[in-house]
Design a protein around this ligand. Structure first.
Ligand code: KIV
Ligand code: NA
Length: 275
């Protein structure tokens, strides 16, 4: 299994890092089997698995519950778990206890937290306490209300400069990797060459050191539409709908179950039922 330092080495060697989200036993098993370098138990589970409109309602208990299932499915893969909304803003003690819980109770290897400025203090404290941290800059969905929607970040020079500085501070605080979400590809390239820790992009172009996508987006599984930056590689919705419709029809028409799917008993046993 890869370690935090291996991801930094991959960057040095120009080897792309592939991260994929997973939320349960089957998705984790598939991610591991398919060769992803890192699994993210993202709080996006609130939207793609639990059906909320945003990641805001996701709780620590939700993250622990899903991360445990992911760990059971992917015992040989590096697992990062999102600290959810408001789990690292109240006090440093709270932040450390929540970070510890995510790795102690689930067997995951690292946590991810969104934001800059005072969040860097949390990155530093978690890292010093022995909990590896992935930063997350650009579009930070837990702050969607403040950002005014899911929009590309860092498009003007001033915002771009702030993002470059934030990335540097995140590295200095001790993060071993940095997710860049929804930033122009030119800016993601600048940031990636400016810092030594690997950048993992989503909607950040091809020049980041790695990519991350949401499991359900990659497979078109349960999601109705996907963002511009998503490439759906399979259309699972179609297969699932077709499969379930066929099942419904076959039961209604008495086609299923056929003999092939049924058990039988000898005729004399059946007769002796009635003496
Ligand atoms: O929750 C999530 O899936 C994420 C990725 C989009 C980076 O944070
Ligand atoms: Na997230």
């Amino acid at each position: 299994m890869k370690q935090t330092t291996d991801f930094v080495k991959m960057k040095e060697n120009g080897e792309k890092i592939v991260m994929l989200t997973a939320y349960d036993y089957p998705s984790a098993k598939q991610a591991e089997k398919s060769g992803v370098d890192m699994i993210l138990v993202g709080d996006s589970l609130g939207m793609v698995v639990l059906g909320y409109d945003s990641t805001i309602p996701v709780t620590m208990d939700d993250m622990v519950h899903h991360a445990k299932a992911v760990k059971r499915g992917a015992k040989e893969t590096f697992i990062v778990v999102d600290l959810p909304f408001m789990s690292y803003h109240l006090s440093m003690k709270d932040t450390l206890l929540n970070g510890a819980r995510l790795i102690q109770e689930t067997g995951a290897h690292a946590v991810k937290i969104e934001g800059a400025d005072e969040v860097n203090d949390s990155i530093q404290a978690l890292t010093k306490a022995g909990i590896p941290v992935v930063g997350h800059l650009g579009l930070t969905p837990q702050s969607v209300g403040v950002l005014g929607g899911y929009k590309v970040q860092g498009k003007n020079a001033e915002a771009a400069k702030k993002l470059i500085e934030d990335a540097k501070k995140c590295e200095e605080a001790g993060a071993f990797a940095l997710v860049l979400e929804c930033v122009p590809k030119q800016l993601a390239k600048e940031i990636s060459s400016y810092i030594k820790i690997p950048t993992i992009g989503i909607g950040a172009g091809v020049h980041t050191d790695g990519q991350v996508l949401v499991y359900h987006d990659v497979l078109t599984y349960g999601v109705d539409r996907v963002a511009k930056f998503v490439k759906p590689y399979v259309q699972l919705n179609d297969d699932i709908e077709q499969g379930i419709k066929t099942y419904v029809n076959e039961v209604k028409q008495g086609i299923f179950p056929s003999d092939q799917h049924s058990f039988t008993m000898k005729a004399e046993e059946l007769l002796s039922l009635y003496g």
